[in-house]
Structure formats: structure tokens, C-alpha cells
Design a protein around this ligand. Structure first.
Ligand SMILES: [Zn+2]
Length: 137
């Protein structure tokens, strides 16, 4: 059975975990998705970083204060209940990464790549790769 197309899958943004029906656009990457809102936020963050790096030394933020990998900000005001409600969304992002990995493995199988090579690439055995991705018993 072929994997469902992206349009058929219940996908969500890997950054903010919003489902596709709550955002205007989703862009697919290798196992991840990003929504138009997160792209905009990241573009603004990159612009601020570039401006900080281009600013004269006296005005710029000391390098030690800039995180090496900037993080999309989360509201500090989230209550425990809001965070608990958010956990399933984060878990489903992990599940969609696994589902997308299966699609990539199917692409390799369609090209005739062996389970041994796929297992080796994933740091596992041929048997483990087959059991996880073949869909056969
Ligand atoms: Zn997003």
C-alpha cells in the first residue's frame, strides 16, 4: 500500500505544532514541516541577528549573550494546564517524523535499495529495518 500523500496526512508545523488547518501554508522538509507564521518569525529573528552583528561594537549585544542556535520563543505565561494540553501536539510532531521516515525508506525500496543498506544507514540490522518499515509480519 503506498504511503498517503502529504495532503492526505494529518500534518502539523514541526516548530509551533499547529495543524495544517490552523495555518495558511506548510512547507515540507526532510521529515519536518514549517508553517508560514514560523517562517515569518524566523526571518524576523535572522534579521535581528544580522542587524546585531552589523551594529558598531558599542551598540551590539555581546557575542556571549547570543545563543548559538536561536530558539523560537514560547510564552512564559503558559500555565501548567496549557503546557499539558500542548504535550500531545509535540508528541504528534514526533510521530509525523517517523511517518515521513517511512516514506523515505519506501522511496529507497522502490529504487531497489536493500534492507541491509537501509539498516546500515540507520545504524541497525537488515532485520530491524525490515520489521520497522516493511509493513509485513
Ligand atoms: Zn509553525
Amino acid at each position: 500500500m503506498p504511503a498517503p500523500s502529504l495532503a492526505e496526512q494529518d500534518i502539523r508545523c514541526s516548530f509551533c505544532a499547529k495543524p495544517k488547518n490552523e495555518v495558511a501554508k506548510l512547507i515540507a522538509g526532510a521529515g519536518v514541516f514549517i508553517c508560514n507564521e514560523c517562517v515569518q518569525l524566523c526571518a524576523e529573528m535572522l534579521k535581528e541577528i544580522a542587524e546585531s552583528e552589523a551594529a558598531p561594537a558599542a551598540q551590539s549585544v555581546p557575542t556571549a549573550e547570543l545563543p548559538e542556535i536561536p530558539e523560537v520563543p514560547w510564552p512564559d505565561a503558559m500555565t501548567d494546564e496549557e503546557i499539558l494540553d500542548f504535550l500531545p501536539r509535540i508528541a504528534s510532531v514526533g510521530a509525523q517524523v517517523d511517518a515521513n521516515l517511512k516514506v523515505w525508506v519506501e522511496r529507497l525500496r522502490d529504487r531497489g535499495v536493500t534492507w541491509a543498506r537501509i539498516g546500515a544507514a540507520l545504524g541497525t540490522t537488515r532485520q530491524s529495518a525490515w520489521e520497522k518499515f516493511s509493513g509485513e509480519e
